[in-house]
Design a protein around this ligand. Structure first.
Ligand code: AR6
Length: 207
């Protein structure tokens, strides 16, 4: 059967909902704000240039968002991934998206957190977001959705991961905004949506 898909026009740009108790950490920049979306749902339904995958080093599939992406894309994705020689933590590799409505999948491998987040895990998560966006622009892709990398099976505390995600995307867009039209934070859990709604005003404040 054919997956139902969500076109980019259906995904609103981010706007704050009432209470923004979180103090701004960056200047108001409406041009950047118009490039940010928060979407709660299945990343495999998005009809955009690229979706990021929270993969593992083998790139050969797994559970969570990785499993959903491989199920939606079909066996040709696994076949292409098999030619890539895996992927290191904090790096990314791009493939086609096959049966998915997106055009490409950017596979990245987040850090595994065992007890608490150290500097190397934080740096690795930062690298994931950075390299996903950089891989997109290198391939002339202008709309990208990124899931909450490492916060599932890999155990990165979501409240710490959201700060890394928002800071890295904000800083990347400051430098490269003319090359990207939209960055979508794709959350799956209600608790993650709430975390992003709380923290977005700190990183993308409204005037
Ligand atoms: N769309 C968007 N987000 C999703 C979806 C979906 N369809 N399904 C789950 N999530 P995880 P990780 C969210 O565990 O922690 C795999 O087995 C989920 O709620 O998928 O980086 C890989 O092969 C969570 O917020 O990725 C690796 O072995 C987020 O995606 C390992 O898991 C990430 O959770 C990677 O672990």
């Amino acid at each position: 059967y054919r997956v139902d898909f969500i076109p980019l026009e259906k995904i609103p740009v981010w706007s704050p909902s009432g209470d923004s108790s979180c103090k701004p950490r960056y200047k108001v920049n409406e041009e950047l704000n118009r490039k940010i979306s928060l979407f709660r749902g299945d990343i495999t339904k998005l009809e955009i240039d690229a979706i990021a995958n929270a993969a593992n080093k083998t790139l050969l599939g797994g559970g969570g968002v990785d499993g959903a992406i491989h199920r939606g894309a079909g066996p040709l994705l696994r076949k292409e991934c098999g030619t890539l020689n895996g992927c290191e933590t904090g790096e990314a590799k791009i493939t086609g998206a096959y049966g998915l409505p997106a055009k490409h999948v950017i596979h990245t491998v987040g850090p595994i957190v065992h007890d608490s987040v150290g500097e190397s895990e934080e740096q690795a998560l930062r690298n994931c977001y950075y390299t996903c966006l950089h891989t997109a622009i290198k391939n002339h892709l202008r709309t990208v959705a990124i899931p909450c990398i490492s916060t599932g099976v890999y155990g990165y505390p979501p409240d710490q991961a959201v700060e890394v995600a928002l800071r890295t995307v904000r800083e990347y867009l400051e430098q490269n905004h003319e090359k990207l039209d939209r960055v979508i934070f794709c959350v799956f859990l209600k608790s993650d949506k709430e975390l992003y709604e709380t923290m977005l005003p700190a990183y993308f404040p409204r005037g």
